[in-house]
Design a protein around this ligand. Structure first.
Ligand code: GLO
Length: 539
C-alpha cells in the first residue's frame, strides 16, 4: 500500500481570496467549509491552506505573531476544528502552512528580543553589530528588496530579515529556538492536521560567521518569479540560506512527524541549486517527505525545458518524492504565463492540467487553476503586495494571482466571493469563467480538470509508476509511465498548431474515454490538434 501523499493532488487554498463568509471582504475558514463540497467535486486528495494564523498581515499571513492561534479575520480555533472535521468526513486531508524561518516583528519573542542585549530571548533572532562605519554587518539582501539588515535602536544592533523588515529571521543556531518552533508545530499535529507545507524551509539557518555573499555575473541572473532587476538576483545566496545545519533540522521535523503516523511534510525549497537541495532534503527516509519545486513556476515553456527539468530531478532524487506545480500564490497564473498569444486558451489549460496530472510525483494545483483563470490586472492604486509596490512597474508583485475566486457568473456582486468590497478587486474577465458558469458546461476547463483528476486516480501507473521521456522535438512532450508490466504512453502537444507523433510501440488499450484530448491515432501516426494530448497503454 503506497503512502497517501505519493501521487496525491493537493489543492492550494489562499484563504483571503477563497470565500468570504462574514462579508468583510476577506475570505475565511468558514468560507472554506462552505465550499468543501466544491473542493471534493474536484477529486483532489488534500488541501494546503496558506497561513491563517494571527498576523499583522504585512505579508498577508506569512508574518506570524502567534503560531497557535487563528487570526480573527479568518475565524477561530473552533472553525479550524470544524474544517478538519468536515474535510476528513469527505476523505480530504488537510495540510497547513508553517512559516518557521521567520516570525512577525510583532511576535512576543521578537518584542522581547529587541528590548536589550540580555533578556531571555536576546539570542532568538539574528542580531549583529554595525561595521565600524555604521553600515550593515554584511552584504546580504532581502528578497523583497533592499538590504537584509534592519537597525534596532533599542539594542543598538542590526537584525536579519531575508524577507520583509517586518519578518525578522529566527536564530536556528540556538537550540531553544528549535525546540520552541517544534512545539508550535506539534500543537497542530495534536489538532489532527495531516501535514505541513514548510515555507522557505531552507532559510532556517544562516552562516554563523556572516560571510558576504559573492556577486553573480549578469548572465547567470535569472528571475525565479521575482523581478530580474531585483538586486537580490545580483548575488549567489551561499551564506544566507541552505546551510549544512539546516539538514539536521529537517531530521528533527521528520522525527516529530513520525510520532503522528500518516502526517507528511512538503518543503518549499529555492536555493542556488534547488534540484540538488530538494534531493538532499528528501533522501534517506529521515528528512522531508516531499520537496516542492519552483522549476515549473518560471516563464520557461518548452518541451525541452520541462523534459530536462523533470529528468534532472528524477536522476538526483533517488528516494525522495517530488511535488510539481504550475501555479501558486507567488507567481503569475500559468494560463497567462505560458499563453502563446497573450490570451487564455482553454485547450491549453486542459492540456496543462493533463500534463501536470501525468507527471511522476505529487501535484499542487492552485485555486482558480481548475477554471483556467489568467493573471488579473490590478491597478497600482489597488496593489496590496509590498513586493509589487517596491518593484512597480517592472514587476507588479503577487496580487494578480491572489484576486478573489469567481463563484458566480452573470452580475452577481463580486462574483459571489463577498457582499462587501473585496480586499483585492475581482477581475471582470474572471466572472465569465466563474464556477457556476463552467459547472454547467460539459466542455469547460473545470469539467476537464475533474475528468483528469478522476483519470489519474483510476490509474495506479500514473500515481506510482516511474517516468521515462521519449526524445521528441518541439513542441511535443512525450513519456512512458511504467509500473510492473504496465506501460502508459502520455503525449502532449505544447503548441497551438496541429502536430503528428510517431508511435514506436503497439497500443494495447487507447484511452478514448477521455473527452478533452483532441488526438486521433491513424496506424502508428498520432494526429494531434493544437494543445492536444493522448494516453494509451502500450506494449
Ligand atoms: C514563498 C512564500 C511567500 C512568502 C515568503 C515569506 O516563498 O510562499 O509567499 O512571502 O516565503 O514567508
Amino acid at each position: 500500500q503506497q503512502q497517501w501523499y505519493k501521487g496525491a493532488v493537493i489543492y492550494q487554498v489562499y484563504p483571503r481570496s477563497f470565500q468570504d463568509s462574514n462579508n468583510d471582504g476577506i475570505g475565511d475558514l468558514k468560507g472554506i467549509i462552505n465550499r468543501i463540497d466544491y473542493i471534493k467535486s474536484l477529486g483532489v486528495d488534500a488541501i494546503w491552506i496558506s497561513p491563517f494564523f494571527k498576523s499583522p498581515m504585512k505579508d498577508f499571513g506569512y508574518d506570524i505573531s502567534d503560531y497557535r492561534d487563528i487570526d480573527p479575520i479568518f475565524g477561530d480555533l473552533n472553525d479550524f476544528d470544524e474544517l478538519i472535521d468536515q474535510a476528513h468526513k469527505r476523505d480530504i486531508k488537510i495540510i497547513i502552512d508553517q512559516v518557521l524561518s521567520h516570525t512577525s516583528d510583532q511576535h512576543q519573542w521578537f518584542l522581547d528580543s529587541r528590548e536589550n542585549q540580555n533578556n531571555d530571548k536576546a539570542d532568538w533572532y539574528v542580531w549583529a553589530d554595525a561595521k565600524e562605519d555604521g553600515t550593515a554587518p554584511n552584504n546580504w539582501l532581502s528578497i523583497f528588496g533592499g538590504g537584509a539588515w534592519q537597525w534596532e535602536p533599542r539594542r543598538g544592533q542590526y537584525y536579519l530579515h531575508n524577507f520583509l523588515t517586518e519578518q525578522p529571521d529566527l536564530n536556528f543556531h540556538n537550540p531553544d529556538v528549535r525546540k520552541a518552533v517544534l512545539e508550535n508545530v506539534e500543537f497542530w499535529l495534536k489538532k489532527g492536521v495531516d501535514g505541513f507545507r514548510l515555507d522557505a524551509i531552507n532559510f532556517c539557518y544562516h552562516d554563523a560567521q556572516l560571510r558576504d555573499n559573492p556577486a553573480k555575473p549578469k548572465d547567470k541572473r535569472q528571475g525565479r518569479g521575482f523581478s530580474e532587476d531585483n538586486p537580490y538576483a545580483f548575488q549567489y545566496h551561499y551564506y544566507n540560506n541552505t546551510q549544512p545545519e539546516n539538514i539536521e533540522f529537517m531530521q528533527d521535523i521528520r522525527a516529530l512527524l513520525n510520532k503522528y503516523p500518516g502526517t507528511v511534510s512538503l518543503g518549499e525549497i529555492s536555493s542556488e541549486d534547488s534540484l540538488a537541495t530538494m534531493a538532499e532534503y528528501t533522501q534517506g527516509g529521515d528528512k522531508l517527505h516531499m520537496g516542492y519545486s519552483f522549476e515549473l513556476l518560471t516563464d520557461d515553456y518548452s518541451s525541452e525545458y520541462i523534459r530536462e527539468t523533470v529528468q534532472t530531478l528524477e536522476q538526483r532524487m533517488t528516494e525522495g518524492w517530488p511535488c510539481w506545480a504550475f501555479s501558486n500564490h507567488d507567481v503569475e497564473r500559468v494560463a497567462s504565463r505560458w499563453s502563446q498569444n497573450g490570451e487564455i486558451n482553454p485547450a491549453q489549460c486542459k492540456m496543462l492540467t493533463a500534463l501536470l496530472a501525468s507527471l511522476r510525483g505529487s501535484v499542487c494545483m492552485y485555486q482558480g487553476e481548475e477554471l483556467g483563470l489568467g493573471e488579473a490586472s490590478v491597478a497600482f492604486e489597488d496593489l496590496q503586495d509590498p513586493y509589487g509596490i517596491t518593484f512597480w512597474p517592472n514587476f507588479k508583485g503577487r496580487d494578480g494571482c491572489r484576486t478573489p475566486m469567481p463563484w458566480e457568473g452573470n452580475n452577481t456582486q463580486n462574483a459571489g466571493f463577498s457582499a462587501a468590497k473585496p480586499w483585492l478587486p475581482v477581475d471582470s474577465a474572471h466572472t465569465q469563467q466563474a464556477v457556476s458558469v463552467q459547472d454547467k458546461d460539459a466542455n469547460s476547463i473545470l469539467n476537464a480538470y475533474r475528468e483528469f483528476m478522476a483519470w489519474r486516480k483510476q490509474h495506479t501507473v500514473l500515481l506510482a509508476g516511474d517516468i521515462k521521456f521519449i526524445d521528441t522535438a518541439e513542441p511535443i512532450l512525450a513519456f512512458y509511465r511504467t509500473l510492473n508490466e504496465q506501460t502508459m504512453l502520455c503525449v502532449f502537444n505544447l503548441a497551438d498548431s496541429n502536430q503528428t507523433f510517431e508511435l514506436t510501440k503497439t497500443v494495447t488499450e487507447a484511452h478514448d474515454s477521455l473527452s478533452h484530448c483532441n488526438a486521433t491515432l491513424d496506424g502508428n501516426k498520432l494526429n494531434m490538434s493544437g494543445f492536444g494530448c493522448y494516453f494509451a497503454f502500450v506494449k
